[in-house]
Design a protein around this ligand. Structure first.
Ligand code: ADP
Ligand code: MG
Length: 267
């Protein structure tokens, strides 16, 4: 199963991705997480450091794929989750889609792409162009992370548009939204009423999740010997279990921009 996690910048995609990857591994799956954000810190809390990116590695080998070994680019993270960082195109030049394409091509050449039960692509903020929608071409499900605010829901609506677009040529479904860093969900509920899609989970703002980034550890690692954190793992395990049940998901029918502004405004 291939998953693509999208959402506005800083909303908590990588945090959610790492912990969902471990939750899936805990359920017995062989998992690879591929960071596709030029920020290349997707797998930071899994490995505890910034691993070399595929693009940097390819560049250092003059794009001779045959000189790249799996151990050059695939690093084992916490909970047996394997980790890859695609890296980004040079800022202001190049194309994110190209980077993702090269990453998938290399992983196929290394016979790694079909070796996993689950591949999770942790992508990036808004879908600004076809290039960053590229992971959707390889995915069975898209998952969108949002908070209860206008900007993240606006990004979610654009991602929903990309899912609908890609689903015309490829069996892709939107598994649903994950609310993050919010105790309120009134705007999320308003949005899913207007644009029906499942809400898989809503996580509040939790100080220990913020700290996990600083410590370079996932919540699963932090919870070892710290029973007070176990309740947080249940959020991620619940998401993993829903995904493993291969939910029907939806092909979303996004809202027009003006309709969205009106829906989420109070006047
Ligand atoms: P993204 O990958 O979407 O850019 P990150 O996963 O890197 O975002 O998260 C950004 C910051 O928000 C990190 O410092 C992370 O620890 C923090 N964070 C994410 N989810 C939560 C949460 N539910 N509660 C508190 N802090 C969170
Ligand atoms: Mg990230």
């Amino acid at each position: 199963m291939k998953l693509a996690v999208y959402g506005k910048g800083g909303i908590g995609k990588s945090t959610a991705s790492c912990n969902i990857s471990i939750a899936l591994a805990k359920r017995g799956k062989k998992v690879l997480q591929i960071g596709c954000d030029p920020k290349h810190d997707s797998t930071f809390t899994l490995t505890g450091f910034l691993i070399p990116t595929i693009i940097d590695t390819l560049q250092s080998k003059d794009y001779h794929y045959e000189d790249v070994w799996p151990e050059d680019v695939i690093y084992q993270g916490y909970g047996n989750v394997d980790c890859v960082e695609a890296g980004g195109p040079p800022a202001g030049a190049g194309c994110g889609g190209y980077v993702v394409g090269e990453t998938v091509k290399l992983l196929k050449e290394l016979n790694a792409f079909f070796e996993y039960d689950i591949i999770l692509f942790d992508v990036l903020g808004d879908v600004v162009c076809g290039g960053f929608a590229a992971p959707l071409n390889y995915s069975d499900y898209c998952i969108i992370i949002t908070d209860n605010g206008f900007d993240a829901l606006f990004a979610a609506n654009r991602i929903a548009t990309s899912v609908r677009e890609k689903s015309r040529v490829h069996p892709l479904r939107l598994a649903g939204l994950i609310g993050n860093r919010t105790s309120k969900r009134d705007l999320i509920d308003k949005y899913v009423e207007a644009c029906p899609m499942p809400v898989l989970e809503v996580l509040p703002l939790i100080e220990d999740i913020r700290i996990s980034r600083v410590k370079g550890k996932t919540l699963f690692e932090m919870a070892e010997g710290e029973p007070s954190l176990l309740y947080i793992l249940d959020f991620y395990l619940n998401i993993a279990d829903q995904l493993l049940s291969e939910p029907e998901g939806v092909v979303p029918r996004e809202l027009g921009d003006r309709a969205l502004f009106t829906l989420l405004s109070d006047f």
